[in-house]
Ligand binder design. Structure first.
Ligand code: ADA
Length: 559
């Protein structure tokens, strides 16, 4: 299942999760090792492929009892994919962390072969997937479905909720696509929170048209961490009185604004405290099951957190579904980490980044948990060329979604020239780890500098701070890499920065240890892992977990 609930009751959906035939591809392009691999799954889960960086081909069959238009949907293939139906290429896609689909019209009854060629090599064409301080796994890492769509079908369903004169309302947009060679007249019916509306639409042959509806939603009540109220939004499409397609999503009613240095949810200031989290697991790679995702979130909530940052890429939709349900705030970001200006000058950098932004916002727009869109973690926000890239991606994000706040995590302390572009200033700082300075002093100095820039007066989040601690390495001398040292540094950070009224959020680097790519990073990372997790790779709590829990309980309390 690609969501935690059913998205269709009218549209037939074939769930393609399960075992697929698989083979690696050797350097000469020939078939290598043969096996069966699970989707969703990272191929590193197989004992023979635990360090495989290369190409792989997945294959399986699907049987249709009658002819259909087939929409093949991939929540994520890592990191470059080519999809073939019965030997014919129907899609190509770059980027492990966003969904894509291929629509194949008029597929006949009978057995058909789906083939997916996946590639996780760091090729010259890849500007975002590079050796990095996290691991780029390979394969069909997220769920796959084959959906039978009518000639006219709902491609997207988008809902913006807002309050007008004290009453909750929703603005809904449905993109309808007509695959046939004739113009078609259809009726769209939408229900949400006690409201129902119907509207007719004409969709020209081979074209798409967008229907818009405004609803007053009498049964709505606001979504918040204390009461994460969710409502099913159902859209159904009728032609000649017959229901031909549907799409079901869940929405929350909430408003997000900024008042000076404060971030407001439904008019009340919120303090963000939580973790940066990679999608990473020692035996499952990037493909955690929904149970594991849920367990991660329970651990995060147990520490007293209310926020997760999906560093440094868009996450699995089921994770966002769970955050909606559990009332966690999410900062989700366009894929990128630590790119120099030279890397940002790569011819594919901007097209790949904009595609990621389009696909991320397109797919995740309705999640109430997402309050911040982020981009370009620790990239070149200190040079004119770098700035032009921040401008382009931020302009795209604002055009796609004018309702959420935009931020980027910067490490260009005292040099950043992009702070005018964001709504919330975010700084990655590592006092007592990379910088020999007390956390409170570092924060005060940075804040004083920010006040001299175009970031003045904006909300400020300390988006990364932390320290390495190797699970089980206890030392009375409290030296570097010991759990004790990690506790010291995290407690100084939370105590000192948590008492600064000008700070609106503290996000610890990181939730749990994660694998990093061996190239470049291994030298600096014991065990080829980023060891700054408060939990280890198996989610075993380090000593710091209790420390964070005790201190988070005191931070950001409403005064
Ligand atoms: C950076 C970066 C993270 C991680 C961290 C660290 O701030 O954003 O991805 O690499 O540093 O552990 O050094």
């Amino acid at each position: 299942m690609k969501r935690t609930f059913e998205e269709h009751k009218v549209r037939p959906v074939h769930n393609l999760d399960g075992l697929w035939a698989f083979h690696t591809v050797d350097d000469a392009g020939g078939e290598g090792r043969q096996m069966h691999l699970m989707a969703p799954g990272s191929w590193e889960s197989h004992p023979d492929l635990c360090a495989y960086r290369g190409r792989g081909v997945y294959r399986r069959e699907i049987e249709l009892s009658a002819g259909a238009n087939l929409l093949l949907h991939f929540e994520g293939v890592s990191h470059t994919a080519e999809v073939l139906l019965d030997g014919e290429r129907v899609a190509r896609h770059y980027g492990a962390y966003t969904a894509f689909s291929a629509v194949c019209s008029g597929v006949g009854a009978g057995v058909h072969t789906i083939e997916v060629r996946a590639d996780n090599r760091f090729t010259r064409e890849s500007a975002l997937h590079i050796p990095n301080d996290y691991y780029t796994y390979g394969g069909l890492t997220r769920p796959v479905t084959a959906e039978e769509v009518a000639d006219v079908y709902i491609r997207t369903l988008r809902c913006h909720t807002f309050r007008e004169g004290g009453v909750w309302r929703a603005h809904i947009e449905l993109a309808l696509r007509n695959l046939s060679v004739h113009a078609r007249e259809v009726q769209c019916e939408v229900t949400l929170a006690g409201a129902r509306a119907r509207i007719g639409a004409r969709v020209e042959a081979g074209r798409e048209s967008v229907c818009e509806l405004d609803l007053k939603t009498p049964a709505a009540r606001p979504w918040s961490p204390d009461d994460p109220a969710l409502f099913f939004l159902t859209a159904r499409l009728f032609e000649g009185g017959e229901a031909i397609d549907d799409m079901i999503d869940r929405v929350g009613f909430r408003e997000l604004t900024v008042d000076g240095e404060k971030i407001l949810l439904n008019g009340e200031a919120v303090y963000l405290k939580g973790f940066n989290r990679h999608e990473d697991h020692p035996s499952l790679g990037a493909s955690l099951s929904v149970q594991e995702m849920n367990r991660d979130l329970d651990l995060i909530l147990w520490t007293g957190s209310n926020t997760v940052r999906t560093c440094h890429y868009p996450n699995d939709r089921r994770f966002l579904d769970l955050c909606d349900e559990k009332g966690l705030f999410v900062w989700e970001e366009v894929h990128a980490r630590g790119l120099t200006e030279e890397m940002m000058r790569h011819a594919n950098f901007l097209p790949q980044s904009l595609l990621c932004a389009d696909e991320m916002v397109g797919a995740h727009y309705n999640h109430p948990c997402i309050i911040l869109w982020g981009l370009l973690n620790e990239c070149s926000s200190d040079t004119p060329y770098g700035r032009s890239c921040y401008e382009a991606i931020i302009a795209r994000l604002r055009a796609l979604d004018g309702t959420r706040l935009i931020t980027f995590a910067s490490d260009r302390h005292y040099k950043d020239i992009c702070l005018d572009l964001c709504d919330v200033v975010s700084m990655n700082i590592y006092p007592e780890w990379y910088y020999d300075i007390a956390p409170g002093d570092m924060a005060d100095e940075l804040k004083a500098w920010i006040e001299t820039t175009s970031g003045r007066g904006k909300p400020l989040i300390m988006s990364e701070f932390g320290a390495g601690g190797i699970y089980g390495y206890r030392s009375p001398a409290r030296e570097k890499w010991s759990e004790e040292r990690q506790c010291d540094i995290l407690s100084h950070c939370i105590e000192q920065m948590g008492s600064r009224a000008y700070i609106s959020g503290l996000l610890i680097w990181q939730f749990c240890d994660c694998r990093v790519t061996e190239e470049v990073w291994a030298m600096r990372r014991p065990k080829t892992q980023n060891n700054k997790g408060v939990f280890d790779i198996y989610r075993r709590p380090k000593m710091a977990a209790e420390v964070v829990r005790a201190l988070f309980a005191k931070v950001g309390e409403k005064k």
